[in-house]
Unconditional design. Structure first.
Length: 365
């Protein structure tokens, strides 16, 4: 079935050859823990990718599911003793599956929404219309992202409120989807390129020197994905990095025990670990405690890689496991709208509040 480019073919062949089947990936893979089959594990997916490549394995429903139950959290990459970049292989395989017509209906609908309406939710109003602000020339630009604009509106509202309170010279944008969901699903690069070019042209036209993003997925796109194909001529900061630089005078939270969940997009994929913690530690009286698995070893929430939309049951199991690791806390803080949504589902009836960092800072500022 394969339309793989030669370089991708070589990478997959090399991965098959160097994988020692040691099983270290098994100890960290969230989808394996939720489903329990080796086909949902990094080493299993490498073999399936190679089988698809050579035509020895047909792209049936079970194989497609194995490729799309991966959250692309990259914990396996961190753990792999053979240094195999399994996320790169899985995303290349997904792209091949999409080109061959093996795309999940929910994922297809999401991508078609982005092409038609510039957002994955099919909302007719633009970001500019939804936020109710006209873009202007400014030093700082705030890229809200689709989810914080159309679904988790409290996150964009809190970020805007914080920037107003800090008297920052900033502007919101007439942005379109960053393209993250398309890349994770394996959609055509041509359509993704149209999105990033439109965003970059708009941001440059406003003379923005620093772009601030509250969505970890959008941040990863601007920080690591866009620069692979085009120059990004401005500073790119996650909101936690921006706030870590500020002299924040926050109200105390005495008697509250908090922990922090590292979003995979922000942490393992880009390496931002200290900035959110630096902001949290600015809160007087708050007792901050790490979970057993935090920072580079943080467990995934289960919301990424298209898993939440296509396989909600498996995604929910992963979130439940993560929330059980925070049973000692009153407050679970994170920095990603997808993590917020999935962790809230995962907590069930537990009396623990899940909140995005910007919401908390806005309440205390």
């Amino acid at each position: 079935m394969s339309d793989f480019e030669t370089d991708k073919m070589e990478k997959i062949r090399d991965a098959v050859n160097v994988c020692t089947m040691c099983g270290f990936c098994k100890s960290v893979c969230p989808s394996f823990k939720a489903i329990g089959w080796d086909s949902e594990l990094s080493r299993g997916r490498i073999i399936l990718s190679y089988g698809l490549l050579t035509g020895e394995i047909p792209a049936d429903e079970s194989v497609v599911k194995s490729m799309y139950t991966c959250t692309t959290c990259a914990d396996c990459v961190r753990r792999c003793t053979s240094k195999v970049d399994i996320v790169e292989i899985i995303e290349a395989t997904r792209a091949d599956l999409v080109k061959s017509g093996h795309i999940l209906p929910k994922h297809k609908a999401v991508c078609e929404n982005i092409i038609a309406t510039n957002n994955p939710y099919g909302e007719k109003k633009s970001v500019k219309e939804t936020l109710g602000r006209e873009p202007k020339k400014a030093e700082v630009g705030y890229f809200a992202g689709c989810t914080a604009t159309y679904r988790n509106k409290e996150i964009s509202a809190a970020t805007i409120s914080i920037l107003d309170k800090l008297k920052v010279d900033y502007t919101t944008l007439d942005e379109v989807c960053c393209g993250s969901v398309m890349v994770r699903i394996g959609w055509s690069h041509e359509d993704v390129a149209k999105l990033y070019q439109r965003n970059l042209d708009h941001i440059k036209s406003l003379g923005i020197k620093t772009l601030v993003l509250s969505c970890s997925g959008c941040y990863r796109m601007f920080k690591t994905e866009y620069p692979r194909f085009v120059e990004v001529p401005f500073e790119v900061l996650h909101i936690s990095e921006f706030l870590a630089r500020q002299d924040l005078k926050l109200k105390p939270m005495n008697g509250v025990v908090a922990t922090y969940h590292d979003p995979c997009h922000l942490g393992r994929h880009v390496g931002v670990y200290e900035a959110p913690r630096a902001v949290i530690k600015k809160i007087p009286g708050l007792e901050f405690r790490e979970m057993e698995f935090s920072g580079p070893t943080s467990h995934c929430c289960g919301g990424g890689g298209g898993v939440r939309s296509a396989y909600p049951e498996e995604s929910g199991k992963i979130a439940k496991t993560r929330m059980e690791e925070a049973e000692f806390a009153d407050l679970m803080i994170t920095s990603c709208p997808f993590c917020v949504n999935n962790l809230i589902l995962g907590k069930g009836e537990k009396e623990i509040r899940v909140v995005d960092l910007v919401e908390l800072v806005d309440e205390l500022l």
